[in-house]
Design a protein around this ligand. Structure first.
Ligand SMILES: Nc1nc2c(ncn2[C@@H]2O[C@H](COP(=O)(O)OP(=O)(O)OP(=O)(O)O)[C@@H](O)[C@H]2O)c(=O)[nH]1
Ligand SMILES: [Mg+2]
Length: 205
């Protein structure tokens, strides 16, 4: 059976936990409770199978906390991390999160200017530095209630402009993100099975 590990990362309070719960049908929206470290949600999706025979895929969704420094003592490190010249040095547990991950979903709020800057850092640490293909990365512009549903042009930096971007609005159109997430899961499954086939072929030949 094919297994895939997908990370949800991005700024604090952007809606990662709310979306992760919604997309895995785990629980309803509650009041804000910052994710400490990571929560792992295991799920299968009836629309996503690993072959034509309908064999299920097992997914692990790693819902990561957005605060790299929950104690708030070294706030300036976050500023350093936002500077692309400096490597991400402060998140000692991030290598464990990224190990063997197959996909990265970056969740942010389009109406929060600081998020647009911060997602460059998340992309750099979790995608570029892990040498993950851009096709394995999905950007979700999450619209919280009351934030409007404007899907107008977002001024993303050039590397992020190339990524697939989808909008989520659980109040106005919850099905939209459900459908997009299924498409993303299918693309991950295809990509993982292709790499596995290539690996098997290279052993045989
Ligand atoms: N009603 C409603 N509330 C939302 C929605 N998205 C976010 N919220 C609210 O915003 C809070 C923060 O969202 P979370 O999903 O916990 O944020 P997070 O990105 O996981 O934050 P960290 O774990 O700190 O990184 C939630 O507890 C909800 O109260 C939404 O679509 N609908
Ligand atoms: Mg959370």
């Amino acid at each position: 059976m094919l297994k895939a590990k997908i990370l949800f990362v991005g700024p604090c309070e952007s809606g990662k936990t709310v979306l992760a719960n919604f997309l895995t049908e785990s629980s309803d929206i509650t009041e804000y409770n910052p994710t400490q470290g990571v929560r792992i949600l295991e799920f299968e999706n009836p629309h996503v199978t690993s072959d034509d025979k309908g064999t299920a895929c097992e997914f692990e969704l790693w819902d990561c906390g957005g605060d790299p420094n929950p104690t708030g003592r070294n706030q300036k490190h976050l500023t350093s991390a936002l500077n692309p010249v400096l490597p991400c040095r402060f998140e000692s547990c991030w290598p464990a999160l990224t190990k063997d991950s197959h996909g990265v979903v970056i969740v942010f709020n389009a109406d929060t200017p600081s998020h647009l800057k911060e997602i460059d850092m998340w992309y750099s640490c979790f995608v570029q530095q892990q040498l993950l293909q851009d096709t394995r990365c999905l950007l979700i512009a999450h619209h919280k209630p009351g934030s409007g549903s404007d899907k107008g042009n977002l001024s993303l930096s050039p590397p992020l402009n190339k990524l697939k971007l989808v909008h989520s609005n659980l109040e106005d159109d919850p099905e939209e993100i459900r459908v997009e997430f299924i498409k993303y899961l299918k693309s991950i499954v295809n990509s993982v099975s292709e790499s596995r086939d290539r690996e098997e072929m290279s052993i045989i030949t």
